[in-house]
Design a protein. Structure first.
Length: 390
């Protein structure tokens, strides 16, 4: 009653207070609406898709951290991580104590023992080296989450992953090559046959090894190049040699060429499409001249591969695709195919202004040369004297 009376006796003086209370009510209402909308967002039909999108983003960032730590000690295989690197990752993220105290060292040993015990129940393609692939690594984090004592292991796992992501804010930039895939389309079409044969040869090696180690993965994975076979390709075709690329640089490009946000971990492998992306990344690193037309850098990479193969002895060229009934020699097939293509382009030097000297594999071996620099240049005799592969 008193409030009503005072309100009726002072209408003008109360206008300001009403406006103030109205503003505060509006603010509180707005705040409550935001909370309600936030609540509704997770109660809506889109909840599942939002959660899945967040989890995919988390998994991709976790994959980046995983590969970064896998490469810290060596580049033997960036798709598999050593136990010691897992412990280092957990220390850097503050999940376990990384100090030099006796207690911290004891915790480190206990975590390593848990990792070793867990590893025995998860096969990898190199059990003797005690490495975990990304699937086993994710399962190990879930194992740690279950050990935390939280009643909800999935919530504990999310918390563990978020901690890792928060402590590792810096991520390596992934080189995008979508535009180059269009620009290089004609070159890839011209070399589709030999490149497919090369890919399938090394994919067959990858599959046969995987069948022994992990039959289930071999069954569900599409044809792909394992990192080991990709390195074998890089060495054979002169990419990881002659001072062109280091193994670590090659490993980085291999990782960047794997599918981003795959549907399953079985799809996180280097398929033929990824192989083509890797060739583009390699060509961009090898041909550092940005003024060179886009497709010339890929031609330059193929030229480097030809030079590396043609400089070896004919006996060393016996790479045979055992899956083919005619035992097709994929290496010689590439040599012949490239030379026919190169001849049509009048033996153009794709790396620079100085022409390239061409030798046949049947020529006597040339004197030893210093390692080839990233920008290659050779001397070419007059076209009439140029020798070609038979």
């Amino acid at each position: 009653m008193a409030d009503a009376k005072s309100a009726s006796t002072s209408p003008h003086s109360d206008n300001g207070s009403r406006r103030g209370s109205s503003n505060s009510l509006t603010k509180s209402k707005s705040s409550s609406e935001v909370k309600e909308l936030s609540k509704q967002k997770y109660d809506s039909p889109f909840d599942a898709s939002l959660v899945m999108a967040r989890k995919r983003s988390q998994q991709e960032r976790l994959w980046e951290i995983f590969t970064a730590y896998a490469l810290q000690i060596s580049s033997e295989d960036p798709t598999r991580i050593r136990v010691v690197n897992v412990v280092k990752l957990l220390q850097d993220c503050g999940i376990i104590d990384g100090s030099n105290t006796e207690e911290a060292k004891m915790i480190e040993k206990e975590v390593a023992i848990v990792c070793e015990a867990f590893l025995k129940t998860h096969p990898t393609d190199r059990d003797s080296t005690k490495k975990l692939d990304f699937t086993a690594f994710s399962a190990l984090l879930l194992h740690f989450a279950k050990m935390s004592g939280d009643k909800d292991p999935s919530r504990a796992y999310d918390s563990l992953v978020r901690t890792c992501l928060e402590k590792q804010q810096k991520s390596r930039n992934r080189v995008v090559v979508a535009q180059e895939l269009q620009e290089y389309k004609k070159v890839f079409a011209a070399f589709e046959d030999p490149l497919t044969k090369i890919f399938m040869f090394y994919a067959a090696q990858s599959h046969s090894k995987l069948e022994i180690i992990d039959p289930k993965m071999a069954q569900y994975c599409p044809p792909h190049l394992s990192y080991t076979e990709a390195v074998a390709f890089g060495r054979k075709y002169g990419i990881i040699s002659h001072g062109v690329l280091t193994t670590t640089e090659f490993a980085t490009m291999y990782i960047d060429s794997l599918p981003k946000a795959p549907a399953t971990e079985y799809d996180r492998v280097l398929t033929y499409a990824g192989f083509c992306e890797m060739l583009i990344r390699l060509s961009k690193r090898i041909c550092v001249d940005n003024t060179v037309p886009a497709d010339r850098s890929l031609k330059g990479l193929l030229q480097l591969m030809w030079l590396a193969l043609s400089s070896t002895s004919p006996r060393a060229l016996k790479i045979t695709d055992v899956l083919k009934s005619d035992r097709l020699d994929v290496t010689k097939y590439f040599l012949n195919h490239f030379e026919k293509y190169w001849k049509k382009e009048r033996y153009d030097n794709y790396f620079g202004d100085q022409p390239i000297r061409v030798e046949s594999v049947d020529d006597p071996p040339s004197p030893s040369k210093p390692p080839m620099p990233r920008r290659l240049s050779f001397n070419l005799p007059p076209e009439s004297e140029t020798k070609t592969l038979q």
